[in-house]
Design a protein around this ligand. Structure first.
Ligand code: FAD
Length: 395
C-alpha cells in the first residue's frame, strides 16, 4: 500500500513497475491491486518510505490445522508404481520425526484390492477415490479430486513422484490450493524445531544443492525423483484405515479427451527398473554406433541409456536420457561409454552400485565417479566386451 501523506509524487515507482500497476492520480501514486504482483520493485526506489508490502498472513495463522504426511501413490493399469513405495519409505521417516500419520492417496478405477499392498508398506491411512473416470490419468479430474481431498483433510506434507504424471499433477494442485512446490527433489528431511520440510534439489545446472522450505503455506509439496530413495519395507501384518471418498460426476469432467494410450516399444528392459544400464555419449561418434550400445545391453539383459549430448544430436530418443533433465537410474551395473561425466549426467546415475567408465581421455571427470575405468576407444572396447560376454554367457 502507498501512504498518501508520505508520497511526494516523484513518480519513480510508476516508472520502475514492470507490470504497469502504478499510476499517478494527481500528485499521488496509486497501486492497481489487479496488476500488482508484490515484486517489491517500487519499494526499492521509493526514497520517502511511502510504500509498504503487506503480506497475507491469513494462511500462516491456520498452519496448525495441517497434519500428516501424504504420499500420492501413482497407479498405471491398477498397478501401484514403484516410485510410490520409495516415497512411502521416505514419508515414513518424515512422519516419524513429526509424530504424525503416514497416509497414501490412491485414485483409480477398481483399485480397492491394492489397499492391502499399501497397508503392508507401513501406511496408517489410505484415502481411496475409486471412479471409472480416474482409471487412466487425466489432468483435470485428478487435479480436482486431489485438491478437494487436501482442502478437506489438510495434510502437512504432500509428496508425489517426479514422473510425467507426478510433475503434471503436483504443479496443477499446488496452483489450485495456493501453496509452494519444490520439483525434482533428491533429498528430504525435517527441521524438527520449526516443523518444516527441508526439500533439497540440484540448482544452477546441478552445480549446487539448494534446500528449499515452505514456511507460510500448507501443505508443503514436493516431487521426488524415482530411484533416489529406498522403498518402504514390506510388513504384511499391518492394516491401514481406509477412507473411501467419492465425488459427483461434475468433478470428474475433463477438458481433454483421451483417444488412446500407446506404449513405447522397448527393445530392451525399462531404463529406470534395469539392473544393468549401458549408456552412450557423444564419444560414440554417431547414431550408427549406438547399435553396439544396444547389443551390449541385450547381451547383459540391460537397458540403453544416453547422455544429453547424444540425445540432442538425435542419435537416440529423449526417453533414454540419463541425468538432471532425464531419468535417474540406480542399477547394479552402469557402463558409461564415451561420456565425459558432467555433473548433470552424474546426478542421474551416481548412485549406481558399480560404475564402469570407458573413455579415451584419462582425465575425463567420469573416472572420479567410476568403480572401474577403462582408458581407450569405446568403438574398440564395446565390441570386445560384447564378444567376451557372449562367450562367457554362451549367448
Ligand atoms: C541445465 C542442464 C541440464 C542438463 N541435463 C543433462 C542430463 O540430464 N543428462 C546429461 O547427460 N547431460 C545433461 N546436461 C549436459 C551436460 O552438461 C553435458 O553437456 C553432457 O552430459 C555431455 O555429454 P557427453 O558426455 O556425451 O559429451 P561430451 O562432454 O562431449 O563428452 C564426450 C566424451 O567422450 C570421450 N570420447 C570421445 N571419443 C571417444 C571414443 N572413441 N572412445 C571413448 N571415449 C571417447 C571424450 O573424451 C569425452 O569425455 C545438462 C546441461 C545443463 C546446462
Amino acid at each position: 500500500m502507498i501512504f498518501p501523506d508520505k508520497c511526494a509524487g516523484c513518480a519513480l515507482c510508476a516508472a520502475v513497475c514492470p507490470f504497469g500497476a502504478i499510476r499517478m492520480a494527481g500528485p499521488k501514486a496509486v497501486i492497481d491491486p489487479e496488476k500488482c504482483t508484490l515484486c517489491g520493485a517500487c519499494i526499492a526506489v521509493c526514497k520517502f518510505d511511502a510504500i509498504e508490502l503487506r503480506k497475507d498472513t491469513e494462511q500462516k495463522k491456520d498452519l496448525s490445522r495441517y497434519k500428516d504426511v501424504w504420499v500420492f501413490c501413482e497407479q498405471k493399469k491398477g498397478v501401484i508404481q514403484p516410485v510410490s513405495f520409495e516415497l512411502l519409505g521416505e514419508g515414513a521417516k518424515l512422519a516419524k520425526k513429526l509424530g504424525v500419520k503416514l497416509c497414501a492417496v490412491v485414485l483409480g478405477s477398481g483399485i480397492e484390492p491394492r489397499a492391502s499392498e499399501l497397508s503392508a508398506r507401513g501406511v496408517d491411512r489410505i484415502y481411496l477415490v475409486d471412479n471409472p473416470a480416474l482409471g487412466v490419468y487425466q489432468d483435470d479430474p485428478y487435479t480436482e479430486v486431489l485438491a478437494r481431498l487436501v482442502e478437506e483433510y489438510a495434510p502437512e506434507i504432500l509428496l508425489c513422484g517426479a514422473t510425467t504424471i507426478g510433475r503434471s499433477l503436483a504443479a496443477r494442485v499446488a496452483v489450485k490450493i495456493k501453496t509452494g512446490l519444490t520439483a525434482d527433489c533428491t533429498g528430504l528431511d525435517i527441521d524438527e524445531k520449526e516443523r518444516l520440510l527441508l526439500q533439497t534439489r540440484p540448482a544452477f545446472g546441478g552445480n549446487i544443492m539448494a534446500t528449499i522450505i515452505t514456511p507460510n503455506h500448507r501443505p508443503q509439496m514436493a516431487t521426488i525423483r524415482h530411484k533416489v530413495m529406498k522403498e518402504a519395507e514390506i510388513c504384511e501384518t499391518r492394516a491401514a484405515e481406509i477412507i473411501r471418498k467419492n465425488y459427483p460426476e461434475t468433478v470428474m469432467i475433463s477438458r481433454t479427451k483421451l483417444l488412446g494410450v500407446m506404449a513405447e516399444i522397448e527393445e530392451t528392459v525399462n531404463l529406470t527398473e534395469a539392473d544393468v544400464v549401458v549408456a552412450g555419449g557423444r564419444g560414440m561418434g554417431g547414431p550408427e554406433n549406438f547399435a553396439m550400445i544396444k547389443e551390449l545391453a541385450v547381451v547383459l539383459n540391460g537397458a540403453v541409456g544416453a547422455s544429453r549430448s547424444a540425445v540432442d544430436s538425435d542419435w537416440i530418443p529423449y526417453s533414454h536420457q540419463v541425468g538432471q533433465t532425464g531419468k535417474t537410474v540406480c542399477p547394479k551395473l552402469y557402463i558409461a561409454c564415451g561420456i565425459s561425466g558432467q555433473i548433470q549426467h552424474l546426478i542421474g546415475m551416481q548412485s549406481s552400485k558399480i560404475i564402469v567408465a570407458i573413455n579415451k581421455d584419462p582425465d575425463a571427470p567420469i573416472f572420479k565417479a567410476a568403480t572401474y575405468g577403462i582408458v581407450g576407444d569405446a568403438l574398440e572396447i564395446v565390441p570386445a566386451l560384447i564378444k567376451e560376454f557372449r562367450r562367457v554367457k554362451n549367448f
